[in-house]
Ligand binder design. Structure first.
Ligand SMILES: Cc1ncc(COP(=O)(O)O)c(C=O)c1O
Length: 432
């Protein structure tokens, strides 16, 4: 018998992957391990951290909140921290988004959006509009509904029977254009598949879900803004709701507060999580327009949205989110983002010179390079080699197969970001 239960780590093969590193503490962009290693977290700990690990303002806000109210059921009750967060978010999100529904993480924010969209039409006595359209290469989370709208991948393969059917249409993956065109001369013809589908079936379709401008886990694929604008226009023309999954892109990642702002698009529903608490505590939020919510304002109890999680609207997570948004107001966060973006642009340009680099992509604080590989994809043999190489040099980068990306906390210094790129250059020169 073992002395303690053994922790089963996420996305980890206990036979093939390295044993977990024991992190004792973290500060700024660095993780400090028990065996005295200092590791630069260049992926913001799965894309959640914004203002640095151990940010004292967020830590203090959580501690203060814990002394007052740690948590209370949100059905039939509310509290100051949640109300304050609703007020603060009002300043940042498009005016058309009027309602906010709390959940626990990115996956549940997506589940909520999908269920809201379907029940919206059901409450309007248009229950036949219940199908969902999603993009190739999309990733929306690991729960059953989120997995259904995510594209087929090694993550979903064993669960085919649990995934409900969705319509899958092209994404604007310009490096591997699904319709064989070049971005310089195309007219976003990849959106025609969606156009045709909606023309034929909009009376059966409730919503289109997209990761706006950036498909993350699918390979850090950056879309032209015109693609998102076209999707928005098609949804509007066909009376289909647009769900923007901003779980990754939200809170500055793409250079503006939300990716939809970069494209000048307003979705009908928007999913937020990850950076919402600055990376301190789990929280999901789904926003929707008044029109979506209006279908739930009813004398009929069956029209209620019967969805909720035990920790919905957790007061500590709300306090962390409020402190993070205060940092956006007080500190030059967007200047930091601009510096990161400038360095990405400069260094990615340089990386294009290497034959193994097939494509480089960038949006805001995220830089990525797709390496040429015969086994391209998440299970590419390049991945473990690169991961280990980077870690041995004290940098946490977790390539998505043959795609290496840098997604740092916003407080990374210019010197530190250059160092990350230097290590990538060294990896390319050493391994390929
Ligand atoms: C775009 C997007 N949606 C949803 C999710 C799922 O979020 P979570 O892991 O918090 O459930 C992720 C996670 O990476 C994501 O990138």
């Amino acid at each position: 018998m073992h002395q303690s239960l053994r922790i089963w780590h996420p996305f980890t093969n206990s036979r093939l992957d390295l044993p977990p590193l024991q992190v004792e503490r973290a500060e700024g962009v660095y993780l400090y391990t028990k065996d005295k290693k200092k590791i630069l977290d260049a992926i913001s700990s799965w894309w959640v951290n914004l203002h640095g690990h151990g940010n004292p303002r967020i830590a203090a806000a959580i501690a203060e909140q814990a002394k007052k109210l740690e948590h209370v059921i949100l059905a039939g009750f509310t509290h100051d921290a949640a109300e304050e967060l609703a007020r603060r978010l009002r300043k940042w999100v498009a005016p058309a988004l009027t309602h906010l529904f709390f959940s626990d993480d990115g996956s549940t924010a997506v589940e909520v959006a999908l269920k809201m969209a379907v029940q919206h039409f059901s409450n309007e006595e248009r229950g036949e509009k219940r199908e969902i359209v999603a993009l190739e290469h999309g990733y929306h989370g690991d729960t059953a509904g989120a997995m259904s709208v995510s594209d087929d991948s090694p993550f979903t393969e064993p669960f085919a029977a649990m995934r409900y059917p969705v319509h899958r249409v092209h994404a604007a993956y310009c490096y591997r254009c699904p319709v064989g065109l070049e971005r310089e001369t195309c007219y976003i013809e990849c959106a025609q598949q969606l156009e045709t589908l909606l023309a034929e079936r909009a009376d059966k379709i409730a919503a289109v879900i997209v990761e706006p401008l950036l498909q993350g886990a699918g390979g850090m694929i950056v879309h032209p803004a015109e693609f998102l604008q076209k999707v928005r226009a098609l949804c509007t023309q066909n009376d289909v709701l647009l769900i923007a999954d901003e779980v990754l892109t939200g809170f500055g990642r793409t250079g503006k507060m939300f990716a939809c702002d970069v494209a000048g698009v307003v979705p009908d529903l928007m999913c937020l999580s990850k950076g919402i608490t600055g990376g301190f505590l789990p929280m999901g939020v789904t926003l929707c327009t008044d029109r979506v919510e209006a279908a739930f304002r009813s004398e009929d109890r069956q029209h209620t949205f019967y969805h909720g999680h035990s920790y919905t609207g957790n007061a500590l997570a709300c306090a962390a989110a409020n402190a993070s948004l205060q940092i956006f107001e007080d500190e030059p966060v967007f200047d930091r983002l601009a510096t990161i973006a400038r360095i990405h642009a400069e260094r990615l340009q340089e990386l294009r010179e290497f034959a193994v680099v097939g494509d480089t992509r960038q949006i805001g604080s995220i830089g990525a390079l797709e390496l040429r590989a015969e086994d391209a994809g998440y299970l590419s043999a390049m991945r473990p080699k690169l991961y280990q190489f980077f870690l041995e040099r004290g940098v946490l980068l977790r390539p998505l197969g043959n795609v290496v990306y840098i997604l740092p906390p916003y407080v990374i210094s210019a010197g530190e970001l250059h160092h990350v790129y230097d290590v990538i250059v060294e990896a390319i020169q050493t391994l390929f």
